[in-house]
Design a protein around this ligand. Structure first.
Ligand code: NAD
Ligand code: 022
Ligand code: ZN
Ligand code: ZN
Length: 384
């Protein structure tokens, strides 16, 4: 049994004190309450939403808080009534929970078969607190520090809800599998779950960060025939090709809008499935309008800045295009993330390609943020 079971733990964390003010501090992590799990975080990969929130761009962001939501961890201790994980288990904390209760229409078939939007702890998670309405983190002066996206993995220890913990293989290498906590899983799931593409389809992905590249990987694994990789940074094209892209396109090389190039010039009637992995609403429009006349489907993965709106002419929909979107690739976290870890361990899924930078210690989070700002970073993984 963990020697700290039932006791508060003092540890290091990167605390977001205010806009662009991330400080390495000693914090206290309270023991898990009923239905909660305390985790020792092994590795954390930075994702843009953490930076976006730190920069003050998320109007719902709260300070002080502990950011971070793409991680691999080990269970340190569990609260009352927790049965699905135990001390020593490897887990991936997930920002989309899966309560699995028989009465949850989002977790269960028939309507919940293909969604992961379990609302069980949505309100408290969005408010930066645990389901009982309080925080498990306190700072030096005993002041409350808020949680973030139900994960808060910029800390050596964190507390999450049991229903947010995906228990994975005991032999899983956590520093690579951390990527399955957000970016890579999201791109794969957009292809496999949200759009459920058929073999032989044509695919286009806008934005070749970790999310867009995993769309390419997922499409190739499904047997897509032609995969268009689109980015304004041509430095991304080599990796796109390595993961399965057949055509790389830089919109800046053309005078006309990219949708007219993809739909009408490079293809006659458009592309079966298109994905936005940029978060830019103009690109979302271009992705929709690049989709195939009569049946093309376009999936919004990118998260747009607060208050942004999308637009297109209704003609685009009347002529048979569909506009959809995804959260965490539609994966049900606790039941569908562990098989992804198995795929990686069986060499059926690539993860190592996405790790371009590695750092040590919670302090490394600061260096990782700088790396993420440089154009050549896919994922920077910090191992504590
Ligand atoms: P990233 O910043 O690493 O990648 C974005 C890429 O888009 C970059 O390569 C950039 O050069 C390219 N780009 C920018 N403007 C472009 C344009 N006009 N045309 C073509 N390419 C352009 O980001 P990421 O980590 O891969 O994440 C991508 C998006 O997915 C973000 O918006 C992120 O918030 C979102 N996301 C959504 C979910 C979800 O569940 N829906 C989950 C994770 C990430
Ligand atoms: C993760 N994201 C972007 C980069 N990394 C990301 C951001 C938001 C969502 C998904 C991924 C998202 C889509 C839909 C929702 N969220 C709302 C879900 C609901 O209403 O139940 C979302 C999620 C969590 C939080 C906010 C928005 C949060 O915990 N603060 C899943
Ligand atoms: Zn993320
Ligand atoms: Zn549920």
């Amino acid at each position: 049994m963990s020697s700290m079971q039932g006791q508060p733990i003092k540890c290091k964390a990167a605390v977001a004190r205010g806009v662009n003010d991330l400080r390495i501090e000693e914090i206290t992590v309270a023991p898990p309450k009923a239905g909660e799990v305390r985790l020792k975080v092994h590795s954390n990969a930075l994702c843009h939403t953490d930076i976006y929130t730190l920069e003050g761009s998320d109007p719902e962001g709260v300070f002080p808080s502990i950011l971070g939501h793409e991680a691999g961890a080990v269970v340190e201790s569990v609260g009352e009534g927790v049965t699905s994980v135990k001390e020593g288990d490897k887990v991936i904390p997930c920002y989309t929970p899966q309560c699995g209760e028989p009465e949850c229409i989002f977790c269960n078939p028939p309507r919940g078969k293909r969604t992961n939007l379990c609302p069980k702890i949505r309100g408290t998670q969005g408010g930066g607190v645990m389901p009982d309405g309080t925080s498990r983190f306190t700072g030096k002066d005993g002041e409350e520090i808020k949680h973030f996206m139900g994960c808060s993995t910029f800390s050596e220890y964190t507390v999450v809800a049991e229903i947010s913990c995906a228990k994975v293989n005991d032999a899983a290498p956590l520093h690579t599998c951390s990527l399955l906590g957000c970016g890579v899983a999201t791109g794969l799931g957009a292809v496999w779950n949200t759009c459920d593409i058929e073999g032989g389809s044509s695919v286009a992905v806008f934005g070749l960060g970790a999310v867009g590249l995993s769309v390419i990987q997922g499409a190739q694994m499904r047997g897509a025939k032609r995969i268009f990789a689109i980015d304004t940074n041509p430095g991304k094209f080599d990796m796109a090709k390595e993961l399965g892209a057949t055509d790389c396109v830089n919109p800046d090389d053309y005078d006309k809008p990219i949708q007219q190039v993809l739909n009408g010039e490079l293809t006659e009637w458009g592309i079966d499935y298109t994905f936005d992995a940029t978060g830019n609403t103009e690109v979302m429009r271009a992705a929709l309008e690049s989709a195939h006349r009569g049946w093309g489907e376009s999936c919004v993965i990118g998260v747009a800045a607060a208050g942004q709106e999308i637009s297109t002419r209704p003609f685009q929909l009347v002529t048979g295009r569909k506009w959809t979107g995804t959260a965490f690739g539609g994966f049900k976290s606790r039941s569908e993330v562990p098989p992804l870890v198995e795929d990686y361990m069986n060499n059926e899924l690539k993860l190592d390609h996405y790790i371009t930078h590695e750092f040590k210690g919670v302090e490394g989070t600061l260096e990782a943020i700088d790396a993420l700002h440089s154009g050549d970073c896919l994922r920077a993984v910090v191992t504590y």
